[in-house]
Structures are given as C-alpha cells and as structure tokens.
Design a protein around this ligand. Sequence first.
Ligand code: DAH
Length: 355
Amino acid sequence: MSEFEKKIAQYKEKINNSKNLRELVVINSEIFGKNGILNLEFKKLGSLPVDEKKRFAETINKIKQELSRIYKVKNNEILDKDIIEKVQKEKIDVTLPEKEFKIGKVHPVSQVIDEISCIFSEIGFSVEEGPDVENEYNNFTALNTPENHPAKDMHDTFYLDKDMKTLLRTHTSPVQVRTMLKGRPPFKIIAPGRTYRSDSDQTHTPMFHQLEGLHIDKDINMGHLKGCLNYFIKEFFEVDKIKMRFRPSHFPFTEPSAEVDIGYRIENNKIVIGEGDQWLEILGCGMVHPNVLKNCKVDPAKFQGFAFGIGIDRLAMLKYGINDLRSFFECDYRWLNHYGFDPLDVPTNYRGLSR
Ligand code: DAH
C-alpha cells in the first residue's frame, strides 16, 4: 500500500470516528482543501508519463468521490443527531403548572361584563351572544324601526355594502331578535357585546359596549322591569340604597319606553353614586313592542315583557373613576396596569364583585 493509500484509509476512519461538525470541518480542509491530500496528489500528475496520466487521474477522482460520499453520510448523521438532541433538550411540558406568574390584567370593560353577568345570573338570566356583523333586518326592521328613522342614516351606521343590507350592529338589541327567533318563550337573557356607531369625542368612541336585557313571559309588567333594574344598580354599585328615576322616552322597539337616571353628587372631586341631586342617564328600557314580538314569531296576545339596553363603558367609568372613554381603547399597558383587575379575582356575588 502506498503512502497515499495509507493516508486515505486513515482519513476514512477519521471521518467515521468524528463526533461533531467542528471535527468534520477540519478533516474536510485536510482532504479537500487547497493544500489537502487530494490536491497534493494531483500535483504529481504533471511529472507522470502521458500514458499513465489518465489512469492516475481516474484513480484519484474515484477516491475523491468515495471520500465525498462517506463525508456526506457522516455530516448528515451528525446534523440529525444534533437536531434530535436539541429538540429533546428544549422540550417543554406544557401541562406542568406555571412556576412564576407574570400577572396580566383584566380590562375594566371585561371586568364589568363579568360583574353584570354575575348579578343577572343570580336572578335567573342567562347570557346570549350575537355577531358584530349584523343584517339590516335584525338591527332595524325586526325591531320596528321605521324606514326613515335617523339612526338608519349613513352618518350613524357603518354599512358594509352598497345596498346597506349588512352593517356593524349599532346596538345589542338584535340579539333579542336572534334569541326569540331561535327559541320558544319564556325568554330571560342578557347579551353583552361590542357595538358600533360613527361617532368620536371624549364621551363617544366608534366602538363601544352595550348590554341588552330581555325578559318575556306570560305576565311580565313594568313593575318587574323597575324591580329588576333597581336590584341590578344596587348590586352593581355595591350600595344599599339608590336614587333612581324613570323618564318617559321613545324607542321604536318598546312601548312604553323610558330612560333611567341615577342620582349622584360630587364630593371632594369624586362622584358619589346613589344620592345627591344630580342625575345621570345610564340606560334605555321599556315594554317590548307587540310588533317586535310578531316579527320574532312570539304571540303578543299571550306573551309580553321588558327589555333594556345599558352602556357598559359608561358604567365602568362611573364605578372605577375613569374620566376619558377613549383611554379604554388605547391599549396603553401602564393604564391597564393601573385600572385593570387581577385575573384570579373572578367576580362572584358571595365573595364580592370588585375587591
Ligand atoms: N338599543 C338602544 C340604544 O342603543 C338601547 C335600548 C333602549 C335597548 C331600550 C332596549 C330598550 O332593549 O328596551 O340606544
């Protein structure tokens, strides 16, 4: 065996025994590099007699191919091994409990929705949901809204098509329609959610939150509505007594209709809810119009009931002393950290709503 052949045999062994890519790279340059053994051997070609040149070159090329093959196999083997090791090392068991909590905060709007749902669930209301993208029928027509009603105006409603058939719901009232159409009376539901109107200033944002209430049964009257709202306001503001008044109003979907104000006063620059001689409007309500019941396949000769719509953001601002509505939607972490709630303090009636 020539010196060259001995070296080749050694290198084959070296390749096969190498344990990592670093070792392989060194071997690579020793074999295939500019001053590697193959090139050095090729250099001898010049001094060989013509008839031997071809055979010599062929032999070295064969050896080169063979070494390349072995090299590639080893290289892939190491790469595979590295990947498997890496995957195993980085494996995480997602079912293990968290060691350290980086506490995020629950947004005041979510908190208030949880609180309200909790309060109404205590007296038998269940929670319904409807889509943000509604059709014109559910949002207006089924709710007895006349064709020329100003709310239907392009300036107030975000329409999503030229024919004005699809829109971003302007209130949560269409959930009344959806609920009644898909079930049979009695109905006793609340429906919180996002609503949209083309409006923007310190007290209005194009997207805001409402909560709809609907109670339909055989003999529900306005007294039930009053009792229900009185209970709700007291529970929500966590006070024993609340000054509240019903003011006659108009909504196409209720008859009679009312707006509800609560009493308040300002003390040391802070608002005190439930007493005082100032009034603040917080919701609209009324007895569901017979036309709405008919449109929803409920017989108004047998069933009747009340509905109400509350502005959630406003309630959150009042309860938690937040001045500018727009700050709700600015996604400022510092704001959320200050006004947000601990995710583990879930509101409950027996343990307290807001601690
Ligand atoms: N949908 C009304 C609004 O957005 C609020 C409202 C008023 C809802 C009276 C009702 C209701 O269910 O009975 O201004």
